[in-house]
Design a protein around this ligand. Structure first.
Ligand code: ADP
Ligand code: AMP
Length: 227
C-alpha cells in the first residue's frame, strides 16, 4: 500500500506519519528528513541541498526521484510518503516508477489547514537533537519539561528554515508548485480531504478511517493492521 500525505509545511504530515507508522506496517519516507540527514553527513547530495533548503526552495526533482526510487521496494508492506511528491514532475515520475515495480498509489490524504495556523505551527516547532522527535512550544511540549519523551535526551533544536521569512517563501512555493498535484490525483479519484486543524488525535482517527477502508478494498498480499 502506498499512502501519500499531501499538505503544506506545518500541516502535520510528519506528526501523522509517525503515528500511523506505529499502527500499521507501513514505512514513513520523509524526503525532508532524508535530505536533512544527507546535509548532516555532508554527502554529495547534502552539499547540493543545503543552501537550497536553507532558502526554502525545492531541491531538484531528479535527486528526489532517485532517492524515492532507491527506497521503495515491492514486498515491503507499504509506505507513507511525507513530503514527496512536491511537483507535478515528481508525481508523474512516482507513477512511472511504481508501475515498473508493479505497484501504485492507493490514496492521497490532502491535509487542509488555514495559512495563519500553519505559521503558528511552524514558528513553534522544535525537535530533539538526538532522535529527531518533533514538538511544539504550545501544542506539544515534552511530558517532562526539557526532556525528550522518546529518548530522554535534553537537547533541542529549531530548524533554520522554520524562520518567518523562509516560511513565507516555502508557503508561496507550495501554492505554485505543489498545489497543482491535487487535480492530478483528483482526476484519478485518489484524494481524500482531511481537516487537519483539529487535535492531533482527531486527525489521526480520520486518516485511520480512510486507511482502513483502503485495506478493505485492497487485494494485495503481505500487510496487515497491528490493532
Ligand atoms: P509537516 O511535517 O507537515 O511540516 P509537522 O508534523 O512537523 O508538519 O507539524 C508542524 C508542527 O505543528 C509541529 O510542531 C507539530 O508538533 C505541530 N502539530 C502537528 N499537528 C498538529 C495538530 N493537529 N494540532 C496542533 N499542532 C500540531
Ligand atoms: P520538509 O521537512 O518536508 O518541510 O522539507 C524540508 C525541505 O527539504 C524543503 O523545504 C525542500 O527544500 C526539501 N525537500 C523535501 N522534500 C522535497 C521534495 N519532494 N522536492 C523538493 N525539495 C524537497
Amino acid at each position: 500500500m502506498i499512502v501519500i500525505l499531501l499538505g503544506p509545511p506545518g500541516s502535520g504530515k510528519g506528526t501523522q506519519a509517525k503515528r500511523l507508522e506505529e499502527k500499521y506496517h507501513l514505512k514513513q519516507l520523509s524526503t525532508g528528513e532524508i535530505l536533512r540527514a544527507e546535509v548532516a553527513a555532508s554527502s554529495e547530495i547534502g552539499k547540493k541541498a543545503k543552501s537550497i533548503m536553507d532558502a526554502g526552495q525545492f531541491v531538484p526533482d531528479d535527486i528526489l526521484i532517485n532517492i524515492i526510487d532507491s527506497k521503495v521496494q515491492k514486498g515491503n508492506a507499504g509506505y507513507i510518503l511525507d513530503g514527496f511528491p512536491r511537483t507535478l514532475n515528481q508525481a508523474e515520475a512516482l507513477d512511472h516508477m511504481l508501475h515498473v515495480k508493479n505497484m501504485a498509489v492507493d490514496v492521497v490524504i490532502n491535509m487542509v489547514v488555514d495559512e495563519n495556523i500553519l505559521i503558528e505551527r511552524i514558528t513553534g516547532r522544535f525537535s530533539c537533537v538526538h532522535c529527531g522527535a518533533v514538538y511544539h512550544e504550545k501544542f506539544k511540549l515534552p511530558l517532562k519539561k526539557g526532556i525528550c519523551d522518546i529518548c530522554h535526551h535534553k537537547e533541542f533544536t529549531k530548524r533554520k528554515d522554520d524562520s518567518l521569512d523562509v516560511i513565507q517563501e516555502r508557503l508561496k512555493i507550495y501554492h505554485h508548485q505543489t498545489s497543482p498535484i491535487l487535480p492530478y490525483y483528483q482526476k484519478k479519484n485518489l484524494v481524500k480531504d482531511v481537516d487537519a486543524m483539529e487535535k492531533v488525535e482527531n486527525v489521526t482517527n480520520k486518516i485511520d478511517h480512510i486507511i482502513k477502508n483502503c485495506f478493505k478494498t485492497d487485494n494485495s498480499e503481505g500487510f496487515y493492521m497491528v490493532n
